[in-house]
Design a protein around this ligand. Structure first.
Ligand code: HXC
Length: 514
């Protein structure tokens, strides 16, 4: 007897469920400029690589008319596939089915694929497009979120976790992306907020659009919740694919190595930095001049732009870059840039990615706003993250390295493995102007020409301390190098630290200044 009838029956069942919320709901989704959950998965993963699980899962809710509702796949698609051959686990919420709302079975599907990702030690990608907790399912929905948050936390630092916000991500649902490593957003499509416009209107009487409250730009520029901003879903998928090439599958592996390539950028490094130390420049040009193929993949580009973070390759291997950006606020550390840098350093450390720090900054941002915003607590995160990290850590001081900033930006005192400085480096407790005003206060005040005396003292201080040679004489800087030697020195340092071993005392965990 032929099996044909069983196979045809299976196909019919599959086809029915794969329609999601049906034609009308799909039309609505498309009219909003959004792809469907299934289209998204297929566009992101390698062709023909997606294998779906739990297609036939159904909800078991009975209240508020739910007993009469069939929700295909319970509003979420889960499965496995590959990106450039790298295995990934994925889920995508289907807004066409009950607004992608999260009920018990929906949550169970997500936690099943999360457990699978953790057990298989492969990256997890979650595409969020949902109205949040399924209101009809009450506490079961909340339980579902709790189980997801728990798994996000346990998997943190073991497998890469990527969240993609392609629709609403409302209420407590936002905390899952917030617990993951990288959050991707798309202009006009992503909406992330704890309390929506309706509640705000009821409680506060204020009218605000979802876009202004928690659109992609808000999270990419202001809150820092988003790491990537794209203009379309396809651009967003290209960004995710590129990220996947830079990171390892799990914390026991290294990122895949690529064939080494020289930088494409042919401007000599020394021509990038202006002769006047007060003039700014774009530190990304320095990075592009030293990484393979001049290919720098920047993260959180629009947030706290006074620090630049991202991945590049050196000799074909992934390196994390942390660089002060003199173009923005002179590259100072403040609350946001400290958070941005500290989290990235911890990511690199967790996933065996060496860190190269490029330093040019006048210290922490002064002022009452920053003090009251907690610059002490936030700034401490940078010190903690660098000190805790055991991956190879290399610093190059390009120009200014003043005060706490000098220590914080991966100085040898926080156990950097290599510290290099350009001859233009100025390493001192503080800037020469401020220093002279304090320590020569009396001489300046009592001089016949205080301004001339001030200038003299500034110059005196500069000659004594604002150079790399005092630090080099004490061994705090391993080598003063020419700017054009930077790539070579970094390649060498990375090569010799390839089998670095560094231990920290055994403990349950540290207590970072969160
Ligand atoms: C059940 C929901 C739902 C939800 C949407 N739907 N959200 N069903 N529970 N949370 C359903 C709608 O009833 C509708 O069903 C379909 O999804 C599409 O929704 P629309 O409102 O028609 O779509 P749209 O106009 O695009 O608006 C989308 C929206 C809005 C902005 C997301 O639906 C909305 O505000 N939803 C509630 C968002 C929210 O406050 N969530 C927080 C829940 S509390 P039909 O059958 O008509 O197609 C929470 C706490 C979690 O999440 C705490 C965890 C710690």
């Amino acid at each position: 007897m032929s099996l044909k009838k069983y196979i045809l029956d299976l196909r019919k069942r599959r086809e029915k469920v794969q329609q999601g919320g049906g034609e009308k709901a799909i039309e609505k989704q498309t009219a909003m400029g959004k792809m469907t959950a299934r289209e998204r998965i297929l566009a992101l993963l390698d062709q023909d690589s997606f294998t779906e699980y739990d297609l036939f899962v159904e909800h078991e809710a009975r209240d508020f008319g739910m007993d009469k509702k069939q929700l295909h796949g319970d509003g979420v698609i889960i499965g496995t596939g590959t990106i450039y051959g790298a295995p990934v686990c994925i889920f995508a919420q289907d807004f066409t089915v009950a607004g992608g709302s999260l009920g018990l079975m929906h949550a169970r599907k997500i936690t099943k694929i999360m457990d699978h990702a953790l057990k298989m030690r492969v990256p997890l990608i979650g595409i969020n497009d949902s109205g949040g907790a399924r209101i009809q399912e009450g506490v079961n929905s909340l339980a579902g979120y709790g189980e997801i948050f728990f798994r996000n936390t346990i998997a943190s630092g073991v497998i890469p976790q990527i969240s993609v916000i392609l629709g609403p991500c409302a209420g407590g649902a936002v905390y899952s992306p917030a617990l993951t490593d990288f959050v991707f957003t798309v202009d006009k499509i992503s909406k992330m907020f704890i309390t929506g416009p309706n509640v705000i209107k009821t409680v506060l009487g204020e009218e605000i659009s979802m876009e202004d409250l928690g659109g992609a730009r808000v999270h990419a520029e202001i809150t820092g919740n988003a790491h990537f901003f794209a203009n379309s879903e396809m651009e967003c998928f290209d960004q995710i694919k590129k990220l996947i090439t830079f990171i390892p599958w799990n914390n026991k592996q290294k990122a895949k190595a690529f064939p080494p390539r020289p930088p494409k950028f042919d401007t000599p490094v020394e021509d990038i930095i202006p002769a006047d130390p007060k003039e700014p420049y774009d530190v990304r040009d320095v990075i592009k001049a030293i990484v393979d193929d001049s290919d720098f993949f920047e993260i959180q580009e629009l947030f706290a732009a006074n620090i630049v973070i991202g991945f590049g390759r050196m000799n074909g291997e992934t390196v994390g870059f942390v660089a002060n950006q003199p173009l923005v606020l002179a590259g100072v550390l403040d609350t946001d840039s400290s958070d941005k840098a500290a989290r990235f350093i911890r990511y690199c450390d967790a996933f065996n990615i060496p860190i190269v720090t490029l330093e040019d900054m006048p210290g922490y941002l002064p002022g009452i706003d920053q003090e009251h915003a907690g610059v002490i607590r936030h700034g401490a995160k940078v010190l903690y993250a660098y000190s805790e990290a055991t991956v190879p850590k290399i610093t190059v001081i390009l120009r200014k390295a003043y005060g706490g900033g000098y220590i914080a930006m991966n100085s040898r005192h926080l156990h950097a493995d290599f510290a290099f400085a350009w001859p233009t480096a100025e390493i001192a407790v503080m800037g020469p102007e401020g220093a002279a005003n304090i320590i020569f206060k009396k001489e300046i005040e009592e001089a016949d020409d205080p301004e001339a005396m001030r200038q003299l003292k500034v110059q005196e201080y500069k000659e004594k301390f604002a150079n790399p040679y005092v630090a080099a004489a004490k061994g705090y800087i391993d080598s003063v190098i020419e700017p054009d030697e930077t790539r070579q020195m970094l390649l060498h340092a990375l090569e010799v630290s390839g089998s670095k071993v560094d231990y920290r005392p055994e403990k349950k965990h540290g207590i970072p200044p969160f």
